[in-house]
Every structure is written in structure tokens, then in C-alpha cells.
Write a protein that binds this ligand. Structure first.
Ligand SMILES: NC(=O)C1=CN([C@@H]2O[C@H](COP(=O)(O)OP(=O)(O)OC[C@H]3O[C@@H](n4cnc5c(N)ncnc54)[C@H](O)[C@@H]3O)[C@@H](O)[C@H]2O)C=CC1
Ligand SMILES: N[C@@H](CC=O)C(=O)O
Length: 347
């Protein structure tokens, strides 16, 4: 039975949910997937770090209090976050990177990915910064070191989008996409339609684990902008920089605007889109749009997301599912590990 040793970098909502899933489902995964996971390292700026090449107990990790230095409570732990040691020296085969998304330069996550790939370790990440800003360099580094670099969770959480579109829409003539690509802002808009105020709705999205560390990234459209860059570059073969995508969010929409739209049979949605122009260039934007209630994206509520791919051969192909959530995003990391396992078996 294959057993992958995994180190968790960033131990917030997503990687803690992965630890919990490992505690609950490892035996089942061994049966169903043909591999098990052993956590050999964990590191987090706030909680500290721990290494044990024989394996850390996943249930104990998942149950740690969210207190500064909490990893010092376990025998192998320290209150200090020894990120580099955990990545390079814990004996991990796979690094699960889930620190905060930095939309400006992708750091320090991009460096964590670089360290791991240079050390010959596979990387799975849900972090949008390194992908939107450094994907080409990181993919080249992975290739040079004979390892995988997987990031399904960077767009629409655990809902299969990137791998699904790459594999199953190849040859269909993809010419663009439009979608609801941020769980928090869609949740906020939905709750505001139900009468909740903007600030309270954002606070709920934070409590549910949907929001970014700085939720202005969600409501001002910056998070969707990263996802549009990732989708356009991955699937449309574009070379977009973040600054190429025009961007506005939902923070200017007050309750009156939301209710006025409802009364007129319309709904506000934050839409990220990109399309190939006749000269071959790709144009992309993020903006709040007023959709008629019969528009296919108008019925997408709460933290659910959806993306409609426009293709020459099939017309619109729409994928919908969770766009955020701790467990849902931890599943994306598992799906990346399944991809690594499958690639290894067919190599
Ligand atoms: N929560 C969600 O629904 C989704 C999250 N993501 C992305 O996944 C990543 C993780 O998300 P969450 O777990 O929800 O975030 P979180 O904010 O709960 O956890 C991030 C953790 O990273 C740690 N951290 C920050 N800087 C660090 C550093 N320099 N070294 C070590 N640790 C550091 C923080 O202390 C925190 O515990 C983020 O990049 C987020 O954008 C992607 C899809 C969905
Ligand atoms: N904050 C993001 C998390 C997933 O990328 C969102 O709300 O969609």
C-alpha cells in the first residue's frame, strides 16, 4: 500500500480540515484510492510547527486550539514556525501549501512552493497568489525537478474546474468564460437579498471560513481577478498579468440597490469573465452585473459558484458547485494528491 508523507504549510481552516479528513477517512482512502496519507510536518506562523518522520496524530492536530503557539502543546512541537525545516527536512513527499493568498506578489507562498519543488517534493496548493503571479516559473521548476505542482483548489474550491476543463474540453474550441468565482461575495449578496446588512453578511462569511484573511479581497473583486487570470492563462492560453484585468467589486452596492433589483426581477452578481477577441488577444474583467432572474448565473446563491465556458463545438458548458469552505477546499488538496498518485502509477 502506498503511503504519502505530507507536510502542511499554513494550518488555518483548509489544512486543519485536511488533517480532520485524514483522521476520519485515511483507512477508507486506502481502500478506495490505493494510498494513505501520513502527516510528518506542520507549520503555521501563528500556531508554531512540529515534525515527526514517524507521523503526527492527525486527530490531535485537528483538535488543537486556535491559540498562538498551540503546536508547542504536542511533544514534537514548537511555538516557532520553522517553515523551511518543515518543507525541506520533515521527510515529506508532498507539501500542502495553504497559507494566506497575497494578491500583490504571491509571497511568502511562492517561496514555500519554490523551496519544496527545488527539494524534489510535490506541491499541492489552494493559494491563488503563486498561481496567478508565478505559475509559469513554478511549473518549469516542477518539471525540472521531476515532481508535480497541482492547484485545483485555486479556482472554485473543491469543485472540479481546472483539471476538468483542461482534460475534457480540449479540442472543443474554448473562446471564453464568465462566472461567479467568489464564495464570500456571492454569500454576501444572497444574505443582503434576505435583508442582512453588508457588514453582518461579511462577518458571517468569515465565521464560515469562506473569506480571505483580508475580506476586502473578496468584496472588492481582487480575489476574482486572480481567478480570472488563472483560468484565462490555463485554459485560453493567455498571458494575462493581474493588472490586465479591469476590476471592481460589490462594496458600493447597498441594501437599497439590492432590493430595487429584486423588485425589478433582477439580481446583482459579481462576474469574472474573459474572452478571446478576433485579433487573438484575451480581454478580461471583474465587475458587479445586474442579471435578469432567468439568466443561468442568476440562480447561483450563497457560497456556491458557477462558471460557464463558451465553446465553439458545445456552446456553453456550465460547472457549478462550492466556491469556498474549509472541507470543500481540503477536498481540492485531496484531488490534487489523487492526480499525483495517478500520474505516478502511469509513469
Ligand atoms: N477557505 C476557503 O474557502 C478557500 C481558501 N483558499 C485559499 O487557501 C488558502 C488557505 O485558506 P484558509 O485556510 O481558509 O486561510 P486561513 O487564513 O484560515 O489560514 C491561513 C493560515 O496561514 C498561516 N500563515 C500566514 N502566513 C504564514 C507564513 N508566513 N508562514 C506560515 N503560516 C502562515 C496563518 O497563520 C493561517 O493559520 C488561502 O490562500 C486561501 O485564499 C482557496 C479556496 C477556498
Ligand atoms: N475567499 C475565497 C475563498 C476561495 O477562493 C472565496 O470566498 O471564494
Amino acid at each position: 500500500m502506498t503511503e504519502y508523507k505530507i507536510a502542511l504549510v499554513g494550518f488555518g481552516g483548509v489544512n486543519r480540515a485536511l488533517a480532520q479528513l485524514i483522521a476520519e477517512r485515511n483507512a477508507r482512502w486506502q481502500q478506495e484510492l490505493g494510498f494513505g496519507l501520513k502527516i510528518v510536518g506542520v507549520t503555521d506562523l501563528f500556531l508554531g510547527s512540529a515534525i515527526d518522520r514517524n507521523g503526527l496524530d492527525a486527530a490531535t492536530l485537528a483538535a488543537l486550539p486556535a491559540q498562538k503557539g498551540a503546536l508547542a502543546q504536542i511533544p514534537q512541537g514548537s511555538a516557532e514556525a520553522f517553515n523551511e525545516s518543515v518543507i525541506k527536512q520533515s521527510g515529506a513527499d508532498i507539501i500542502a501549501e495553504a497559507t494566506f493568498t497575497n494578491p500583490k506578489d504571491g509571497e511568502p507562498a511562492a517561496t514555500f512552493c519554490r523551496w519544496a519543488l527545488e527539494a524534489g517534493k510535490h506541491v499541492v496548493t489552494t493559494n491563488k497568489g503563486p498561481i496567478a503571479l508565478h505559475a509559469a516559473a513554478l511549473k518549469a521548476l516542477a518539471k525540472a525537478n521531476g515532481v508535480s505542482f497541482e492547484y485545483e483548489g485555486a479556482v472554485m474550491s473543491g469543485t472540479p474546474v481546472l483539471r476538468m476543463a483542461r482534460q475534457t474540453l480540449a479540442g472543443a474550441g474554448l473562446v471564453g468564460f464568465e462566472g461567479i468565482l467568489n464564495g464570500t461575495s456571492n454569500y454576501v449578496l444572497t444574505r443582503m437579498e434576505e435583508g442582512l446588512g453588508f457588514a453582518d453578511a461579511v462577518a458571517q462569511a468569515q465565521a464560515l471560513g469562506y473569506a480571505e484573511a483580508d475580506p476586502s479581497a473578496d468584496v472588492e473583486g481582487y480575489d476574482v481577478r486572480l481567478k480570472v487570470v488563472i483560468l484565462a492563462n490555463e485554459l485560453l492560453g493567455a498571458c494575462l498579468q493581474v493588472s490586465d484585468v479591469t476590476c471592481s467589486g460589490i462594496s458600493s452596492l447597498d441594501s437599497a440597490a439590492i432590493q430595487q433589483a429584486q423588485a425589478a426581477g433582477q439580481r446583482w452578481k459579481l462576474i469574472g469573465s474573459a474572452s478571446r477577441e478576433s485579433d487573438g488577444s484575451v480581454r478580461a474583467s471583474v465587475e458587479a452585473r445586474l442579471l435578469p432572474c432567468n439568466h443561468p448565473l442568476a440562480g447561483i446563491s450563497g457560497a456556491t459558484n458557477a462558471v460557464a465556458f463558451n465553446t465553439e463545438l458545445l456552446g456553453a458548458v456550465t460547472v457549478s458547485g462550492p466556491g469556498a469552505g474549509r472541507v470543500e477546499t481540503a477536498f481540492a488538496l485531496l484531488s490534487d494528491i489523487v492526480a499525483i498518485h495517478t500520474a505516478g502509477r502511469s509513469a
